[in-house]
Write a protein that binds this ligand. Structure first.
Ligand SMILES: *[C@@H]1O[C@H](CO)[C@@H](O)[C@H](O)[C@H]1NC(C)=O
Ligand SMILES: *[C@@H]1O[C@H](CO)[C@@H](O)[C@H](O)[C@H]1NC(C)=O
Ligand SMILES: *[C@@H]1O[C@H](CO)[C@@H](O)[C@H](O)[C@H]1NC(C)=O
Ligand SMILES: *[C@@H]1O[C@H](CO)[C@@H](O)[C@H](O)[C@H]1NC(C)=O
Ligand SMILES: *[C@@H]1O[C@H](CO)[C@@H](O)[C@H](O)[C@H]1NC(C)=O
Ligand SMILES: CC(=O)N[C@H]1CO[C@H](CO)[C@@H](O)[C@@H]1O
Length: 538
């Protein structure tokens, strides 16, 4: 361990030289990824732990920090970690998905060099390959505002991370085998709050004080609803945007989404239920935690608070009530309303329709009929080394084709500094959740039925939130505006993990001909090489 530290210190010095923003603070993490016994639903399972923890340790950072994470893969399978919503400006080299990085082989390590440039907010990290996410390996990722930037609420007495989501008793290799054989996943076996099922976790508060809860849905297959018995929640942040501070009794959080609420401990000093439950499922799963007032005189009383179950309109109305506070600052001191997203000319409209085709006798998932399959070399590396035959730009159409599904390593080309309107069209009867790496997008509209150009008349061009993960309700559409301001190879994916695994994803290649460090960083000197990239030098 000692020599590892010395080596690591030397390596860090090297990295300091590589990183362009030497003046911003550095934070170092050493992570050992192992299998270990966990009991999330009361029964022993083999989970993926980081430094012995499930969920993994939280990353606590401040805008512009450099984050250096050395990941040692002690599993028996190749492994990568990705950063949900943490943007990697100019640096898709660090994105940690199949299309950008070679997997870390078993028994080896890789050091990620991230900078949380011009960002604030609540996010999480997760293992991106091979359905590992169903075994754990995820954790919170907070980016606080710099001390000189005003935040539109008083500092909370404490800041709690809640990672909630559905969970399966089958392990990730069994779940993978089900999907590989062409079948659907079973219904999940339970819900977890910070790695535990019912009555596992206790959050202790002082009467009269106000607390921030950062809540992420880290699950595999279902939207969730979050609520606290007897307490109102004041929404303050959604994926890095300070919102109008509306109060809610309960809030829906779709797959891959994160948000923050403030909760004031303004009730008698007892224990209260914190509840999550599944949304839009015929069977409703729930999990409990406890909000405990310090000096609580009594246990929990009454039934856990009920929440919405299958109601779609309720959720749609709530989503529309999430608005940007135009006068609050974001990562910079200027107000969030100073970027007039509604006044910028759209350079391209892209319509993306999800589907569930059977291809070669197996269940697959697709977007515009294309079901993504990995190639033998990460796309970013193939692009960098000009390796032919790995992927074709333009293999992902801009519009639904109406055709059946087919398999392809799909990459869509896009011009740096373009301004795209993307319409996610869902003609299936299930909720979708879409994520775009490296970018934040403005959620300008969502509604039931089929999108048409006339739908633009009802877009919110004033004060909608921007985020990185958005839901699309059953038989509905969601439209977003995306500033294509980050050069790189970026994953666009379903956050429903079976859909992602079986092809409902593609890569967006945001391209600048300038070939300049101002637009994109060069390949890192420690980049792992694999497939047809072996033998090349950065
Ligand atoms: C990782 O943890 C395992 C199990 O505790 C241990 O055997 C191994 O030496 C650790 N590796 C590193 C690099 O710390
Ligand atoms: C918006 O932010 C401003 C500036 O911090 C703050 O004074 C105001 O209370 C906020 N408004 C709402 C409705 O949250
Ligand atoms: C998952 O469980 C199966 C038995 O159901 C077992 O054969 C397999 O080794 C397990 N996988 C892991 C990674 O533990
Ligand atoms: C929540 O807690 C209550 C009371 O302890 C318990 O009866 C109920 O079963 C719990 N819910 C779940 C899903 O376990
Ligand atoms: C948008 O396009 C219109 C019509 O082509 C043009 O008049 C206007 O200046 C453009 N606006 C911006 C902000 O570029
Ligand atoms: C502990 C360990 O294996 N460290 C290795 C991490 O990876 C670098 C190369 O990227 C090696 O030099 C270290 O020995």
């Amino acid at each position: 361990m000692g020599s590892f530290r010395v080596l690591f210190a030397l390596f860090s010095v090297l990295l300091l030289v590589i990183c362009s923003n030497g003046e911003d603070p550095y934070r170092f993490y050493n992570w050992n990824v192992t299998y270990g016994d966990i009991y999330p639903l009361g029964v022993k399972q083999k989970g993926i732990l980081i430094n012995g923890q499930f969920p993994g340790p939280s990353i606590e950072s401040v805008t512009n920090d450099n984050i250096i994470i050395s990941v040692f893969n002690s599993l028996d399978e190749p492994f990568l970690i990705s950063w949900n919503g943490v943007q990697q400006r100019r640096n898709s080299w660090q994105d940690g998905v199949y299309g950008t990085n070679c997997p870390i082989p078993p028994g080896q390590n890789f050091t990620y060099v991230l900078q949380v440039k011009d960002q604030i907010g609540s996010y999480f990290y997760f293992p991106s390959l091979a359905f590992h996410k169903a075994a754990g390996g995820f954790g919170g990722f907070k980016i606080a505002s710099r001390s000189v930037i005003p935040v539109p609420f008083d500092p909370p007495a404490s800041d709690f991370t809640i990672l909630a989501g559905d969970w399966f008793m089958k392990n990730h290799t069994d779940l993978r085998a089900i999907l590989d054989s062409g079948s659907n996943l079973p219904f999940p076996d339970g819900l977890l709050i910070n790695g535990r099922g019912s009555n596992g976790y206790t959050f202790t508060v002082d009467q009269g004080k106000t607390y921030r809860f950062r809540i992420s849905n880290v699950g595999i297959s279902t939207s969730i609803n979050f609520r606290i018995q007897g307490h109102k929640m004041r929404l303050v942040e959604v994926e890095g945007i300070h919102t109008l501070q509306n109060t809610y009794d309960s809030i829906d959080i779709h797959l891959g989404q994160s948000l923050s609420v403030l909760v004031t401990a303004d009730q008698p000093a007892h224990d209260y239920y914190i509840v999550v439950s599944t949304r839009f499922t015929s069977q409703v799963l729930t999990a409990n935690s406890t909000l405990r007032y310090s000096g609580s005189s009594g246990g929990i009383s009454g039934p856990p608070p009920a929440g919405p179950t299958i109601q779609v309109d309720w959720s749609l109305e709530q989503a529309r009530s999430f608005r940007r506070n135009l006068t609050a600052s974001g990562p910079r001191p200027n107000p969030q309303g100073s970027y007039h997203y509604g006044m910028i000319n759209v350079t391209r409209t892209i319509r993306l329709a999800n589907s569930a085709p059977i291809i070669n006798g197996k269940q697959r998932y697709a977007v515009n009929s294309v079901s993504f399959i990995p190639a033998d070399t990460p796309l970013k590396l193939a692009d960098h080394f000009n390796t032919p035959g790995v992927f074709t730009i333009g293999s992902m159409p801009d519009n639904p084709t109406g055709a059946g599904g087919y398999l392809q390593t799909s990459v869509m080309g896009a011009d740096f500094r373009g301004y795209a309107e993307i319409v996610f069209e869902n003609q299936e009867d299930t909720v979708q959740s879409w994520h775009i790496n490296g970018h934040n997008f403005f959620v300008v509209g969502m509604d039931g039925g089929q999108w048409s150009p006339a739908s633009r008349l009802n877009y919110n061009l004033q004060d909608t939130i921007s985020r990185c993960t958005v839901q699309v309700y059953p038989l509905s559409w969601t439209a977003v505006y995306v500033p294509l301001d980050n050069v790189g190879m970026w994953n666009v994916r379903s956050e429903n993990w079976a859909r992602q695994y079986l092809g409902q994803q593609f890569y967006l290649r945001v391209y600048s001909p300038a070939n300049s460090w101002r637009d994109e960083y060069p390949i890192p000197s420690n980049a792992l090489l694999c497939g047809r990239a072996i033998g090349h030098h950065g």
